[in-house]
Design a protein around this ligand. Structure first.
Ligand SMILES: Nc1ncnc2c1ncn2[C@@H]1O[C@H](COP(=O)(O)OP(=O)(O)O)[C@@H](O)[C@H]1O
Ligand SMILES: [Mg+2]
Length: 223
């Protein structure tokens, strides 16, 4: 069964009188354990597509399925439950909390869910070692490089054992060498934990590293 299925998904944004057609009929299937890149230029609809999968936003029409269940009409309560249980997010700008250490940043999602500090700490240590940051558990983000910050963000996205990690241009603020290593780390975790990864990028230099590529242009899949 497909983990994610989109059937004729359309997303329009209304800006006063103007309609922006961000997605113009997306049909897409993603299986469990895939490592998939959404590739396309700025404005092609990548963020919109990831936000729909993460139930941060709703399609204007069309259907979205998770494990065969339709999720585009679920209630707000069920949406937050779905996000907490199934989705990990990674952002272009890392979005770490500056006053917290790497360890505390990674622990946070578990603590919000009510997990005890000692258990959260143990899990966070494990996740930080998955991203090769054992040495930096007590460092604050401003003492870390961009690549290290993004690795903290990856550990934080994984701490709740999500079935899907959605990463929106995770390497956009990194140089090519660091970008490559970030993709390699995500791939390693994908193989080890069987977590499904869907990430977006407009960076042509990363294309070689991708298992599956979905090319977006003007809100349509072109390849
Ligand atoms: N909240 C919004 N309101 C209006 N237009 C939007 C909004 N979000 C995105 N868009 C428009 O939708 C199109 C796709 O945007 P986006 O999904 O952000 O593309 P990408 O992530 O590939 O750069 C663009 O034309 C963008 O300007
Ligand atoms: Mg975007």
């Amino acid at each position: 069964m497909n983990l994610i299925e989109m059937k004729n998904i359309i997303k329009d944004y209304y800006l006063g009188e103007t309609i922006v057609q961000a997605l113009r009929g997306i049909d897409l299937k993603i299986e469990k354990e895939e490592f998939t890149a959404i590739w396309g230029p700025s404005g092609s609809g990548k963020t919109t597509l990831l936000n729909l999968i993460g139930t941060i936003d709703e399609p204007s029409s069309g259907d979205l399925y998770f494990n065969g269940d339709k999720i585009n009409n679920i209630t707000d309560n069920n949406k937050s439950e779905f996000r907490n249980n199934e989705i990990g997010f990674i952002f272009q700008t890392f979005n770490l909390i500056p006053v917290l250490s790497a360890l505390e940043n990674v622990m946070l999602p578990l603590q919000i869910m009510g997990v005890s500090a000692s258990k959260a700490k143990k899990e966070a240590f494990m996740r930080l070692s998955d991203v090769e940051l054992e040495q930096y558990v007590n460092s604050r983000p401003d003492k870390m490089s961009g690549g290290q910050r993004q690795r903290v963000a990856i550990a934080r996205a994984l701490i709740t054992n999500p079935s899907i990690v959605l990463a929106d241009e995770p390497t956009a603020n990194l140089d090519s060498k660091t970008s490559n290593s970030i993709i390699e780390i995500m791939k390693k975790i994908n193989k080890k934990d069987k977590t499904t990864f869907i990430f977006s990028t407009h960076d042509q230099r990363l294309l070689d590293q991708m298992d599956r590529l979905i090319q977006l242009e003007d809100g349509r899949i072109t390849e």
